[in-house]
Write a new protein. Sequence first.
Length: 247
Amino acid sequence: MTAFVLALLAGALVGLALGSLGAGGSILTVPALIYLLGFSPAEATTASLIIVIVTSLTALTAHARAGAVRWRAGLLFAAAGLLPAAAAGLLSAQIPATVLTLAFAVLAVLAGLRMLRRRTPPANRTVSAPRAVGAGAVLGAVTGFLGVGGGFLAVPALVAALAVPMSAAVGTSLLVIIANALVALAAHACTEVSLDWALIMPFIATAVLGAWDGKRLSAKVPPVTLQRVFGGLLLTVATAMAAGTLL
């Protein structure tokens, strides 16, 4: 199977995850770029941010049309992560590739476990400003350092800290992801990394299409089922990454 076809297939999977869950897709992008398309960890981190921004914009548009985005809450949450995203983006360029890969594998395990565990949001939620700032800062740092959107952190944080209803948490998380990824990409632009656009563009194309399909899929398939499928996939990817790095 050629690299071009692999880019198309991986992009479709990433788009489906982002469109349906607002999470999981971006954390699949980096390993796909490294192990399927031959990118270095540094190249994959930068390329992932580009892919995440474009795909998340598509998914955000679909959720916004359905009225499922809380713009004010999302922007407030994102603001707390902008500086950490920029700082972490600059720092990641100084980290050895092996360390970045292992850190990413750990993050993928955490994301997979969170998706596999079904959580019921509390009925009476109150807005917690300190918790929102802290969660936003952590999310920004993760986005800048590893090139992922961090939707698996953003969705529960928006529900718990800013009292965003679950029906709007996915769409709102996409707004947060885009803001952090834009800042992180600006930081990565200062580093010398070459990108293979012949593979990135088809990846983006099918990811965008997948994001629209993912939004429609979320209306037909129970969220718990989707979470478990992508959670299991993330754990498999994380195991493969860790084994490939350590062995």
